[in-house]
Ligand binder design. Structure first.
Ligand code: SF4
Length: 413
């Protein structure tokens, strides 16, 4: 039994079955959005003080960091098997193995995970399969093996090349490990993303420039450049470090914009920069309001049916998740998204994209007519936050600067 929260109603406990999701509802979707798969691996060597992800420290002895790999892979398979009736026959275009630190999985473990996914889901022949990896967990042989198993894109959590900033961020690696990780990655992978953060505690513009130049020097296909923010329920929120002020943070953003453009990257999403045709396909599907099945501890999912959109959340704690998944109850909560919430949910994602989305995709992805948001579109256009082109929903430069204000215009009244 899974608690389901129907749209516009108080939480209620009712059986989760596909038939229920196929009943008439508040919307009419013309077809199924593209489907992706997200797999969460919930362990890290250490918890970083700024991190609000569902990650749990597994301090190891003598350099080993044992996670209950076999039991977790059993739970993921059980979770996936239980989820199949909700996505029958739908091809999967991208897979993202995130965390946590998925590079704590052994080569054999990753091979088993990808074999299970292929056996159970119709994965596209050219599917993008990304895994996240953290410096400090890199061994050349293991990464070559991940590649041989089918992982074809690597996303590395570098964050900074500056040892004192890495220490302030509580990372387990230093500059040396960061550079070694990129070298190892580039030996086996031609599609690599580097995650970097700016506006770090005490960071100067020159230090930001130095981090950026180091990242650019590797010529990877993709960069994700995040402004460090203090998230609730983190150690940094409780004991806030001194961060650069807004003016300095803007200068850093301008520097990033200029240097990435010069180096041949396109700023296609709030924090994402890619070489031509190397955008992150998995993330693009999120931003375009596509569907994703999320398996693993605390994983979130969004799935569409002809007359409703469903959001799911798995049990968060790894031990609870594993026990519940093996008992056939991996999902902790399923919630139908109300028709009045859909415009904001759609815009929250679509407006992050520099090119925006075709105006027709609002109906394709939400099942609502475009006129449901015509008043807000006109108001945003009048304020200069959205382009006037009626065939696309695209933020202007001003709209991208004031993204939160623009997104909030689509909140339900
Ligand atoms: S390594 Fe990443 S997921 Fe793990 S605690 Fe640090 S920021 Fe969070």
């Amino acid at each position: 039994m899974i608690p389901i929260v129907p749209a516009g109603a108080a939480p209620a406990a009712t059986p989760d079955n596909t038939q229920l999701w196929l009943k008439p509802g508040q919307i009419a979707l013309p077809g199924s959005p593209p489907l992706s798969l997200y797999v969460h691996v919930p362990w890290c060597v250490r918890k970083c003080p700024y991190c609000d992800f569902n990650s749990h420290a597994v301090p190891g002895k003598d350099g080993s960091h044992d996670i209950p790999e076999d039991a977790y892979l059993d739970a993921l398979r059980a979770d996936l098997e239980q989820s199949l009736p909700l996505v029958w026959g739908r091809p999967v275009h991208t897979v993202f193995i995130g965390g946590g630190t998925p590079s704590l999985l052994s080569a054999a473990g990753m091979d088993r995970l990808l074999s299970d996914i292929r056996a159970l889901l119709p994965l596209d022949a050219d599917a993008e399969i990304t895994m996240e990896a953290n410096p400090g967990t890199f061994e050349a042989e293991r990464f070559a093996s991940y590649r041989a198993s089918g992982v074809n894109r690597l996303s590395i959590g570098i964050q900074s090349f500056n040892d004192s900033h890495l220490e302030a961020l509580g990372r387990i690696h230093g500059e040396r490990e960061a550079r070694a990780a990129i070298d190892i990655a580039q030996r086996s992978f031609d599609n690599v993303n580097l995650d970097l953060m700016y506006a770090l505690p005490g960071q100067t513009l020159e230090q930001c420039r130095s981090d950026l130049e180091s990242a650019l020097s590797y010529g990877t296909t993709h960069l994700s450049l995040y402004h460090l923010t203090l998230e609730p329920n983190t150690l940094f929120a409780k004991f806030p470090p001194a961060l650069p002020d807004d003016d300095l943070a803007y200068e850093m953003q301008d520097l990033i914009e200029a240097r990435t453009t010069e180096a041949g990257y396109r700023h296609y999403e709030t924090s994402a920069y890619a070489r031509a045709h190397r955008e992150a396909r998995h993330n693009l599907n999120y931003w375009r309001f596509g569907d994703y099945l999320g398996i693993g501890a605390g994983a979130h999912g969004k799935l569409s049916f002809p007359n409703r959109i469903l959001r799911q959340m798995r049990h968060k704690h790894p031990a609870t998740y594993m026990a519940q998944a093996m008992a056939g109850n991996a999902v902790q909560e399923s919630r139908e998204v109300g028709a009045d919430e859909l415009p904001f949910e759609f815009m929250l994602n679509a407006l992050r994209l520099t090119d925006g989305v075709p105006a027709s995709s609002f109906h394709d992805m939400t099942g609502l007519p475009l006129h449901a948001i015509s008043r807000q579109l006109a108001a945003a256009e009048k304020k200069g936050l959205l382009d006037a082109d009626p065939t696309v929903i695209r933020p202007t430069e001003l709209g991208r600067r004031f993204l939160n204000d623009l997104q909030e215009m689509f909140l339900k009244d």
